[in-house]
Design a protein around this ligand. Structure first.
Ligand SMILES: *Cc1c(COP(=O)(O)O)cnc(C)c1O
Length: 460
């Protein structure tokens, strides 16, 4: 499989021996000791190149973030120019920089109509920490300091800091360190998982309404005087690209309005074109109060995130005086300059229109074709992301035993075949750069089918 030369091998081994000192995120150190990390050395467009010279199709856009693909000259140039002009200055105590100012104005222009303000930070996790502080601050200023509880969903991903992992609904993360008080979780609108649990078909629309009703039930149970906000991704990404039934969001919106609680739409993955709209909020017409953003904001070239604050919430926060919150790198000028270049490139190339009208429908059709594979129980997705659920019996909603690790096995075949497709449990998830072409989607279809075949042979 590898076209490695002796010289390349020694290079790989060199990096791997140095990497023994690296504590990796979301990795089992024992497994890494057995089989060291693959070293990615360079990338261009939608392809990565590893230290053995393999060319790999990156259908995950890094980690859901390299939306405009690798090697974009505009982004590289923007970083180069800004780092010479002003590599750093902060946004504390009534100062700003041209990139931070310009980026905040651009975001006001492209976002839904009731958003005109952004607080900057360096990641999605920091954005969600900021969300929690803003939500609490808001209710305090509204004279309702008892409204502290944030409702989230099981299997949600909102980041990895203490606050963000608490807001997230990943049990295996909560098991390492617990969760902070005042965060509770309700069931996710995962139609496929529910059908597998029951071993039979259920009505999709009805299930969507029930999943939304769980939020109202939770509010009633806690007492509305204690509930501050509901947080959710428009479409769960890291949870396995879970597309809610069409009945879900209208009902959730109605419930948040009815009880007067804040709605936080985590746009860290859905934002910046992933759904074929600028924001997932546009796709579902959510009208949220806060929108954490990151990832695609800079196409991952430099770390930058933020929280977009709706006018109504900002009015209250602004009336409260000093905001005692900020990060050294809030509005970092080089990161902001790259984000501006990224957004301008997206606008100039009309990438969001291309995704919505051309490449995403083609990509979704390809996913549905892969759904015909005997190993795939469901193919789903919206815009430029989706998932393939691996099952033991596709006609009766029977999953593999979790010890079989079907998803991980399939992912290993993908790695061997130079395709990046991630496994979330037994869901194979895909989220390619938005610039992926029809030809590259075809290439993905062929490679993915081959890897599904290999996994099918290995698992049955
Ligand atoms: C990735 C992600 C985060 C966390 O972002 P980091 O930059 O990794 O801290 C938060 N929310 C969602 C929806 C994400 O996908």
């Amino acid at each position: 499989m590898s076209q490695a030369t002796a010289a390349d091998m020694s290079k790989t081994e060199k990096w791997q021996s140095l990497d023994a000192h690296h504590v990796h995120p979301f990795t089992n150190p024992a497994e890494l000791k057995q089989k060291p990390a693959r070293i990615i050395e360079s990338a261009d467009g939608v392809y990565l190149t590893d230290s053995d010279g393999n060319r790999i199709l990156d259908m995950m856009a890094g980690l859901w973030c390299v939306n405009m693909g690798y090697g974009q000259p505009d982004l590289i140039e923007a970083a180069h120019t800004q780092i010479q002009q002003l590599p750093y200055y902060n946004a504390f105590f009534k100062t700003s920089t041209p990139p931070a100012a310009e980026l905040s104005a651009m975001l006001a222009e492209i976002s839904p109509e009731n958003f005109h303000r952004t607080f900057f930070c360096s990641s999605g996790s920091e954005a969600n920490d900021t969300v929690l502080r803003l939500v609490w601050r808001y209710w305090d200023l509204m004279g309702k300091p008892d409204k502290r509880v944030v409702i989230s969903r099981k299997n949600a991903y909102h980041g990895s800091t203490i606050a963000a992992s608490s807001l997230g609904g990943m049990d295996y993360m909560h098991k390492q360190g617990g969760i902070i008080p005042d965060v509770v979780h309700v069931d996710e609108p995962n139609w496929f998982a529910k059908r597998c649990e029951l071993g039979r078909d259920i009505d999709r629309d009805e299930f969507g309404r029930e999943a939304a009703q769980a939020i109202a039930n939770k509010i009633e149970q806690l007492g509305v005087d204690r509930v501050a906000a509901f947080i959710a991704e428009p479409i769960q990404g890291a949870g396995g690209v879970i597309v809610p039934p069409d009945t879900y969001w209208p009902e959730v919106k109605r419930i948040c309005d009815h009880y007067g609680i804040l709605l936080v739409a985590d746009e860290v993955i859905c934002g910046f074109g992933r759904t074929g709209e600028w924001f997932g909020t546009n796709y579902y017409d959510l009208k949220p109060d806060l929108m954490p953003i990151a990832k695609g904001l800079s196409s991952g070239y430099l770390p930058i995130g933020g929280v977009m604050v709706a006018d109504r919430v900002m009015e209250t926060i602004a009336a409260g005086g000093d905001l005692a919150h900020g990060y050294t790198y809030s509005g970092h000028p080089v990161c902001a300059a790259v984000a501006i270049a990224n957004l301008k490139l997206m606008q100039r190339t009309n990438i969001v229109d291309t995704v919505r009208e051309s490449t995403a429908p083609y990509f979704q059709q390809k996913l549905r074709e892969l759904g015909e594979h005997p190993l795939v129980g469901e193919a789903r997705g919206v815009g430029m992301f989706g998932a393939l659920e691996l099952v033991k019996d596709k006609h009766n909603y029977v999953r593999f035993h979790k010890d079989v690790k079907a998803g991980d096995r399939c992912r290993d075949f993908c790695i061997e075949n130079n395709l990046v497709m991630r496994a979330v449990g037994d869901a194979m998830v895909v989220s390619p750069p938005l610039i992926v072409t029809r030809e590259q989607i075809d290439e993905f279809g062929e490679l993915a089918w081959k890897c599904l075949d290999l996994a099918h042979d290995a698992l049955t």
